[in-house]
Design a protein around this ligand. Structure first.
Ligand SMILES: Nc1ncnc2c1ncn2[C@@H]1O[C@H](COP(=O)(O)OP(=O)(O)OP(=O)(O)O)[C@@H](O)[C@H]1O
Ligand SMILES: [Mg+2]
Length: 284
């Protein structure tokens, strides 16, 4: 299931004095099984772009084709099942009296049997790293991180082929953030479903995705592997973004130790590189 975006432009409030071009001629293909991070300044168009992936927003001009279906068409019920979108602060939409009922909500609309629903809920709660005891609790008794995971479980339980998450870790403490990124990484490794995350946090994106798309002022500014994108520090800085902190540290170290590699963007990788140097080893 691929997402094909062709010459996509989107204008909010078109024809009014408040007209605002949020996407400007975007071209993009995302293939099945990719793990993509979308980064960019506030207001650059990230949320506008992802809302085109299941037809919540329709192009002002251009096309978005998902799994062969043009999202400008009517009747996107099938597509909505295949593309699950988790919006920012999804826990604000929890409303049932138990976690179980909240996660079951979408499945109930699909008329699945109680047994089938029960199996899926017990499976998905493990995937998001929560205990089964939580199912009978009220969502309002949970911590922020737990609520977030319950809300994501409500989308995941629909078994989408493409999972899109808008700032999935926003507003959580470091432990909550790690938990979210931890299970997303595990989910990806185990299922190879397509995962697309919008994030402000370069470190987190660099650590888990295999492709980074940088959006600037409604256009795609960069698109490549984390290494390609984050090693191009000047291009990032030209649009007012920065590379992960560890990249800057390695560049500073390289000034003192020319033999060190500085195209590094995760702490793990930096550790390996420094150890290699200390042991006097050769480059990979
Ligand atoms: N409902 C709306 N009506 C009018 N303009 C909007 C609306 N939603 C977004 N915009 C404008 O469209 C542009 C792109 O917004 P968008 O929300 O896609 O950015 P974003 O990259 O997701 O930003 P953030 O990082 O703050 O979430 C911005 O200029 C924004 O002000
Ligand atoms: Mg946004």
């Amino acid at each position: 299931m691929a997402i094909v975006v062709e010459n996509l432009s989107y204008i909010y409030l078109k024809g009014s004095p408040f007209e605002r071009k949020a996407l400007d001629n975007v071209n993009l293909v995302i293939n099945q099984g990719e793990f993509v991070g979308i980064i960019g300044h506030t207001g650059s168009g990230k949320s506008t772009l992802i809302q085109h992936f299941n037809g919540i927003l329709k192009p002002t001009s251009g096309k978005v084709i998902v799994d062969g279906i043009d999202t400008s068409n009517k009747g996107l019920k099938e597509l909505r099942k295949k593309v699950g979108i988790v919006f920012q602060y999804p826990e604000q939409q929890l409303f049932e009296e138990t976690v179980y009922k909240d996660i079951a909500f979408g499945l109930k609309q699909l008329n699945q049997s109680e047994d089938e629903i029960d199996k899926k809920i017990r499976k998905v709660i493990k995937i998001v790293g929560l205990d089964e005891d939580i199912l009978e609790k009220s969502p309002f008794e949970l911590s922020g991180g737990q609520k977030r995971r319950v809300a994501i479980a409500g989308i995941l339980v629909m078994e989408p082929s493409i999972l899109v998450l808008d700032e999935p870790a926003a507003g959580l403490d470091p432990k909550g953030r790690n938990e979210i990124f931890g299970f997303l990484q595990k989910l990806y490794n185990q299922t190879k479903i397509t995962i697309i995350i919008v994030s402000h946090n370069m470190e987190e994106v660099a650590k888990i995705v295999n492709r980074v798309i940088v959006i600037n002022k409604g256009k795609i500014a960069m698109d490549g592997s984390p290494r390609e994108v984050f090693s191009n520090v000047s291009a990032l800085e030209n649009i007012g973004l920065s590379a992960p902190q560890i990249t800057y540290l390695m560049k500073k170290l390289k000034k003192k130790i020319p033999d060190l590699r500085d195209d590094i963007f995760t702490v793990e990788e930096a550790k390996r590189e420094i150890l290699r140097y200390l042991k006097g080893g050769a480059h990979d």
